[in-house]
Design a protein around this ligand. Sequence first.
Ligand code: CO
Ligand code: CO
Length: 320
Amino acid sequence: MQSLPRQKHPDLLVGLEAPDDAGVFRLSPELALIQTVDFFTPIVNDPYAFGAIAAANALSDIYAMGGRPLTALSIACFPLKTMPIDDFKAILRGGMDKLHEAGALLLGGHSVEDPELKFGLAVTGVIHPDKILTKGGAQVGDLLILTKPLGTGIIATALKGRLAAPEAEAAMIEVMSGLNRAAAESLEGLKVHAATDITGFGLLGHGLEMAQAGQVEFTIYASRTPALPWARDYADMGLVPAGSHANRNFCAQHLAIDPRVGALDVDLLSDAQTSGGLLIAIAPDNAPELMGRLKARDVRGAAIIGEVTGAGVGRIRVVP
Ligand code: CO
Ligand code: CO
């Protein structure tokens, strides 16, 4: 993307120059359009659950900008020769049901035949131009709140190896198919300075994006960062996706891990998530109100996991 020429337009609010969770284009002084697209190969065996997870994941980038989704188009690559047609129907129905739960509509889509199944959505949402939440803007003293537990990447790896317990698979599906809607709506009127959603680069990778965009130092408390219980056991068995090590190496230069932090904790902090939670930087005096709202909306797993501890450099300290 960096090799492309720069685009300039007075109503282009978030574009390729400072890549964020989604692009934003102003339609009027009160209204801006948010657009994002995401699709991927299955991470669970159940086709309906896969469709729901793919939709929740695509919608998440709208919520990460503070927006409200309106419409979506599906993108699908279907192995028509080897998969039963009922499975495709179940994937589409899972995606559509999740869109409806979000208050959005499926307007159409496009599918091609492909030996490898892939599914996702292009989602359009809206936001007031003054209320856009980007990755930049975190301020020294802010508290960091994560709204979903980590560990879905590790459990997905166990599932691929046929080593995941049915309860672990069910817990992973519940986390990944859960919308970030309640979390995003809970931010209304609060002093939220920055937000993003945790996906393929893990908490450390996406946290670092936020820290660098705001030129601040994040301190993350490993012991306060929630994770699905099975993820710790499976990581202990060595079921850590290859992406985790790549994530950590990518961040290494800007990462200071306290030697008292255990290797398992580091595995969880760098675990690639699908449809993970929001990471929110909020003024400390507003954090109790947000935690109260998240609890009232049943956003399970939400926790204060760190704080913004310094200015001038984009980096992360991990402490016990
Ligand atoms: Co995102
Ligand atoms: Co995305």
